[in-house]
Every structure is written in structure tokens, then in C-alpha cells.
Write a protein that binds this ligand. Structure first.
Ligand SMILES: C[S@@+](CC[C@H](N)C(=O)[O-])C[C@H]1O[C@@H](n2cnc3c(N)ncnc32)[C@H](O)[C@@H]1O
Length: 233
């Protein structure tokens, strides 16, 4: 997997047993979305001395393409992807069957249907929330980061990617209403937060922003949030 195109094709090929539209969606997404590059270089910029993402939860994982990518390029002990849309979980699980054939010794991954606001039991070292914040009701947006922070182990990381109201036009803000209109994406709401609203949720959750970058193309923000380590007294 030397070039971007060859590993993008390798990931898209995991979707070979699904409708061809998923193969081409994943190929285009991984090639064009700079989240792919950010996730490939996480170990360099965003991790602590463990240099591992540990046990990972991806909330609103969609078809799961970024979960395969993150597992290929980082140390990951286990990964669980959860999404409200059962159709996407079917696609993700078909790709997972190919992953288990193509990478039999790789990270154990599982995908299941679930709601970001009702995740059940379990604690994680890393939680991902990519382009999902805007899909939640305003009342849910206020508490989601705090809910996820409570699921992080000490020193854990929450990676949030979101388009920001007030950051100007962006591809995501333009594509999401179309995806909703044609039924390819679902969500209870479509409300992009202002940067101040997002930061206020970060603060309420007791999290700290340790790195941040804005995508030049999509104009969305990628925040690396850290949960403070609790000290035994
Ligand atoms: C724009 S897509 C992003 C998918 C994936 N995170 C990615 O970056 O490719 C938003 C996803 O959030 C999911 N979603 C919407 N509301 C949700 C909820 N309440 N709980 C879990 N997932 C939800 C949708 O089904 C969709 O797959």
C-alpha cells in the first residue's frame, strides 16, 4: 500500500460484495476527504506515550470505511462501530467479512446498530464522532460530548470532526442536505453548531482541546479532545 490511490482502492475493495455504489462512494470518500490523511497520521500528532488508540468506539460510523483505515494505519486493540442506520451497518458488516478474510490477524472490529445517545455499557480509550454532532437534537448536542467523555478511560481521547456554522460555505454543508433529501443519510436534526457552541460543549464535558485543524476543502474542524487523568488520593 505505497500510494494513496493503492490503499484507497484496497479499502474500497473490502466493499466488493456490496452494491457497486458503496465501492465507489468509499473510494471517492477516502481519496477526497482529508480526514483520511488525518487518521493515517494520528500516531504522530495526537496520541500519548502509549502510541496506541487502544479500544476504540466510532459513534455514527456509517459504512465503516474510516474504521478500516484507522485500524490499518494505527495501533488499535479493538474497534466497535455504531450507527443508527441499519442499512449502513449491513454494508459495514459485509465489508467486515472481507476484512476478516483479507486481514485475518488484524484488529478485531465489530459493527452494530445503535443510537449515539443510548450506547449501553463499555469504556474506551478512543472515541470518534465524525460528522454526527449536527444530526442530533439541540438538547442532545448539549450533552453528547459529556456522555461520551464519561465513557472514556483516564487519559482517553475523543476525536470530533464537524462542520461549523459561521465558517462559510463548505462541501459538507452542501452535501448533507442532499444526502438527507435522497435518504442516503438519516438523522433527527441537521443543525451545524457555531464554534462557540461546540467549545461550550467541550468545556461542559470536562474535556480539553489538545489539537485542532481545519480542513482546507471541507472547511470542517477536527478536534482532538483529551479527558483529564484522575489521580488517586
Ligand atoms: C455524515 S454521516 C458520517 C458517517 C461517518 N462518521 C463518516 O465520517 O463517514 C453521519 C452518520 O451519523 C449517523 N447517525 C445519525 N444520527 C445518529 C444517531 N442518533 N446515533 C448514531 N448514528 C447516527 C447516520 O446514520 C450517518 O451514518
Amino acid at each position: 500500500m505505497r500510494t494513496t490511490f493503492s490503499w484507497a482502492k484496497w479499502i474500497a475493495n473490502l466493499y466488493r460484495d456490496t452494491h457497486p455504489s458503496h465501492y465507489y462512494y468509499v473510494l471517492a470518500k477516502v481519496l477526497s476527504d482529508d480526514l483520511a490523511n488525518t487518521l493515517r497520521t494520528l500516531s504522530l500528532n495526537h496520541l500519548d506515550q502509549r502510541n496506541s488508540l487502544g479500544h476504540v468506539l466510532d459513534v455514527g460510523c456509517g459504512r465503516g470505511q474510516f474504521d478500516f483505515l484507522i485500524s490499518l494505519f494505527n495501533n488499535v486493540e479493538s474497534l466497535t462501530g455504531v450507527d443508527l442506520d441499519a442499512r449502513k451497518i449491513v454494508v459495514a458488516n459485509k465489508a467486515l467479512a472481507c476484512w476478516n478474510i483479507d486481514q485475518p490477524l488484524a484488529t478485531p472490529i465489530k459493527f452494530k446498530v445503535g443510537d449515539a445517545t443510548a450506547l449501553g455499557e463499555g469504556c474506551y480509550d478512543t472515541i470518534l464522532l465524525f460528522d454526527v454532532f449536527n444530526t442530533l437534537e439541540h438538547s442532545e448536542q448539549h450533552v453528547i460530548l459529556a456522555q461520551l467523555a464519561s465513557r472514556l478511560n483516564d487519559g482517553g481521547r475523543l476525536f470530533v470532526r464537524e462542520s461549523i456554522r459561521g465558517d462559510g460555505p463548505s462541501v459538507s454543508k452542501w452535501l448533507e442536505p442532499l444526502a438527507r433529501k435522497f435518504g442516503t443519510n438519516i438523522g433527527r436534526n441537521m443543525a451545524f453548531p457555531t464554534y462557540e457552541q461546540l467549545c461550550s460543549c467541550v468545556q461542559v464535558a470536562g474535556l480539553e482541546i489538545i489539537a485542532e485543524r481545519t480542513s482546507p476543502l471541507l472547511k470542517s474542524r477536527f478536534l482532538t479532545l483529551k479527558k483529564a487523568t484522575s489521580h488517586a488520593h
